[in-house]
Design a protein around this ligand. Sequence first.
Ligand SMILES: Nc1ncnc2c1ncn2[C@@H]1O[C@H](COP(=O)(O)OP(=O)(O)O)[C@@H](O)[C@H]1O
Ligand SMILES: [Mg+2]
Length: 333
Amino acid sequence: MNEENIIEVRNLIADFEVKEGILRSVDHVDLDIKKGKVTGLIGESGCGKSTLVHALLNLNAPNEYIREGSQVNFKGRNIFSLSAEELRRLRWREAALVFQAAQNSLNPTITIKEQMLDTIEAHLDHGDALSKKKGRIPKLLEMVRLEPERVLKSFPHELSGGMKQRTVIAMALLLDPEILILDEPTTALDMITQSYILDIFADIHEKLGVTMFFVTHDLSLAAKLAERLAIMYAGKILEVGSVEEIFYKAYHPYTIGLIKSMPSIIGDLSQMKPIPGLPPNLLHKPSGCLFHPRCPEATEECKKVEPKLIEIEKGHLVACHKYSNVKEKGMRS
Ligand SMILES: Nc1ncnc2c1ncn2[C@@H]1O[C@H](COP(=O)(O)OP(=O)(O)O)[C@@H](O)[C@H]1O
Ligand SMILES: [Mg+2]
């Protein structure tokens, strides 16, 4: 494993058994999550982001199958070969997850203080100093810009949606994890609260230096927080690069389409061009490149042969047969 990475995903395949057959939600995914940095994962709804996130912690649905050969190497250990006890120790203490509707996971019958203490006690190990972790509570609440005295004695229903979400973020940090995994952490909130919480994440990253994996369908949101971005489509990673590379030097026609479909900052809606067509049904995927039916560059080869994700420049990876065309035509400008 490369020293720079905290997680290396290799050849990850996650299938769901459904009435109609086998739905491949994560399809041969390779991805590096760099230590101490914020990596963003972007993709349209239903492309497999949450399935990938859950696989990082080996959390599977009952009808889900992680296929042979899949690896999620977490600091050198393959998560799929850990015992239940090893997994329990890893979750929260090393890797904490905040999911989309996390604020609904608060227990309505006990105060925030009790829930925070319960969380610490449930995940503490022999030899850990309880008082040290307890001492983190007010500091973490302040970091998410909540008033400890007021929030700790409250029940969840006494807090707004944004306050509950911030409480959950503070709870995720209680055990001092090395990586914070955020699966659409602001999607359920209004725009102003979203950008407020994004500022808080930036603050947390700066103050604690914790690695973050920020998952969202919103490219502009990801670009505000992340240093590197991975673009996912129909269960596959199509492009990975720095924020600058993705915005100004993207090679994949899908990435370029995503950027052109974003409302521009200056608000010129005539510049917005949605990608024609729809993402494929994961039960009936197209042959070759999964994006070919919607791609302006597609050729016969694209219909037949699936492109591999290859490193074109250091740290910039693309899965596209026609990337050099894109470069020459200056489609990216
Ligand atoms: N437990 C499940 N059973 C069957 N299909 C599922 C299950 N969970 C997710 N899926 C399907 O897997 C695909 C990817 O879902 P998901 O990972 O939630 O995507 P995203 O988070 O990007 O919106 C979707 O087609 C979804 O319907
Ligand atoms: Mg999701």
